[in-house]
Write a protein that binds this ligand. Structure first.
Ligand code: ZN
Length: 67
């Protein structure tokens, strides 16, 4: 599966800087069985924010079209 970097959907809630997607951990994967979530991290090392971002329902429907 080719990795396509998506544009950051949100500014960092701590410093309003750019964020980027990082691989999900085990807990995130478990949660994604019920609610699709992505994990993001702030570009700023000094900020260091990292968090789970819920993917909206329309995006989920589109992603599961072939299922
Ligand atoms: Zn930040």
């Amino acid at each position: 599966m080719p990795y396509t970097p998506a544009p950051a959907p949100l500014p960092c809630p701590r410093c309003q800087g750019d964020t980027f997607r990082i691989p999900r951990n085990l807990l995130d994967r478990l949660i994604s069985r019920f609610v699709l979530v992505h994990r993001y991290r702030c570009h700023s090392l000094r900020c260091g924010w990292e968090g789970r971002v819920r993917v909206s329902a329309p995006a989920l429907r589109k992603a599961s079209k072939s299922a």
